[in-house]
Design a protein. Structure first.
Length: 455
């Protein structure tokens, strides 16, 4: 076995400066830029398709069937059909529909071309038929798979490292504008994959290039088609007040509460998943009916729309904050409960990403807390998003950026509070999570073994 210069086993790590100066790396950047164009266009098309089909199924179809509007019971057949489609896709198509969301957010390997249809169909059924998951995880998988497939069209047997880098580049391009900023998407992938060390720059630069190009493609296509960019954005954020000592106390409480709620969601989702796997199709239909029942119960009890509970919450955050004053304390508490349970059971059976539902549950919890003394609306909203994101994703840096960049200039004011809430949530989550058990039955120290810990 080769020995490094420091006397340890293994070859010495490559020098990133030499790589950055090489002609091969310039070619890699050119390929990354070329890949960013079609992959980001495909991601835009996927989000546009979801954005068109959701109201078509939820609002237009009932009217075409002769109803005056969307009946209160409509989520029941809607999610039953969605559960059937997802269950059949996961059960019978290659790739099992992609990433298992109850395992937490972590980029997996590059999917093969034969797995892409299953990932696409499972995500489309999940998102269009109102399960409580987001589009980010399927977009990452589809982006990396399309990029790797494009490379194979040019080179029949590309080097493994080249396929991995360009697969990651496709993921960067696919989520370039989804979270509101191409830079935030880059941080998400960098932190989630554990990217670091001497090669960080060499891998990150192609991804940033593809992400920037992808963001431009999203803006251009959004303007050309009139469909918008499908980017997470808040348009009317109230003015934030300077943090107070009481709000720092609230940051501790919100961070700890988010960790406890997330631990309960993960615990139940994982146990439900083992039951779903025994009877995939029938169980997914039942899970869909449970989500529908929670949405109907919430709507009947509060006279608020069932869509507060349905879907990922990505497009609902902006109107929810704008009209938050119309929600009573009881309605907010029931929303946190129903959305959290719908999120939990969706994680166990459907296919999609965990980011946006976690943000919405956190936002609703933060607004609920703002009705109590000593906490302002914007601070509670931002801390709830950051703390719940950190607890569900275990990505503290991304969680801080999600909560603060989302609210624009007001994010600078509340950032110290968000940081405290995120850190408390992140540390409490680590304390509440059991240590992984090795195959021999021994508990391993945190970080031991390969791979990142799962959520």
């Amino acid at each position: 076995m080769p020995v490094g210069t420091d006397g340890s086993g293994g070859s010495p790590p490559p020098d990133p400066r030499t790589l950055l100066r090489s002609r091969a790396y310039l070619v890699l950047l050119l390929i990354a830029a070329l890949i960013g164009l079609p992959v980001s266009a495909a991601a835009f098309g996927f989000l546009a398709l979801v954005g068109e089909v959701q109201p078509l199924i939820y609002s237009d179809l009932p009217k075409s069937l002769g109803f005056g509007g969307t009946p209160s019971w409509w989520p029941l057949p809607l999610l039953a059909v969605g559960g059937l489609l997802v269950g059949l896709t996961v059960r019978y198509l290659p790739g099992h529909g992609g990433h298992e969301p109850s395992a937490g957010f972590q980029p997996g390997g590059v999917p093969t071309p034969v797995e892409l249809p299953g990932i696409f169909l499972a995500a489309l059924a999940t998102l269009c038929f109102a399960a409580v998951l987001g589009p980010e995880a399927p977009l990452l998988a589809l982006g990396s798979g399309l990029a790797a497939g494009a490379v194979r069209l040019v080179r029949r047997d590309p080097p493994e490292q080249m396929s991995a880098v360009l697969g990651a580049t496709g993921s960067f391009a696919a989520v370039s504008s989804l979270l509101g900023s191409p830079l935030l998407g880059a941080f998400l992938l960098m932190e989630a994959s554990g990217l670091g060390g001497v090669m960080m720059t060499a891998v990150l630069v192609p991804g940033l290039l593809a992400s920037g190009i992808g963001a431009l493609v999203f803006v251009g296509l959004g303007s050309w088609t009139g469909l918008g960019t499908y980017s997470l954005v808040l348009r009317d954020v109230p003015e934030a007040v300077r943090p107070t000592a009481a709000e720092f106390g609230w940051a501790l409480l919100i961070g700890l509460s988010a960790a406890l709620v997330a631990a309960g969601i993960r615990w139940l989702a994982v146990r439900l998943r083992t039951r779903v796997e025994r009877r995939r199709v029938a169980a997914t239909i039942v899970i869909g009916l449970v989500v529908a029942g929670l949405a109907i119960g919430y709507a009947e009890a509060t006279d608020k729309p069932a869509t507060d509970v349905l879907y990922s919450g990505q497009t609902a955050l902006d109107p929810f904050l704008t009209h938050s004053a119309t929600y009573s304390v009881g309605a907010l508490a029931l929303l946190v409960l129903c959305k959290g349970l719908a999120y939990c059971v969706s994680l166990s059976a459907f296919r999609g990403g965990p980011i946006f539902p976690a943000m919405f549950v956190g936002a609703a919890g933060g607004i609920l807390c703002s009705h109590l003394p000593g906490l302002s609306l914007v601070a509670g909203f931002a801390m709830g998003i950051g703390a719940m994101s950190a607890a569900m994703l275990r990505l503290p840096l991304v969680s801080v950026l999600l909560a603060t960049l989302l609210i624009g200039l007001e994010g600078v004011t509340v950032m110290p509070l968000v940081i405290v809430a995120v850190v408390v949530s992140y540390v409490a989550t680590a304390r509440l999570t059991p240590e992984p058990v090795s195959k021999a039955g021994h508990r391993r120290a945190p970080g031991a073994g390969a791979g990142r810990p799962q959520v």
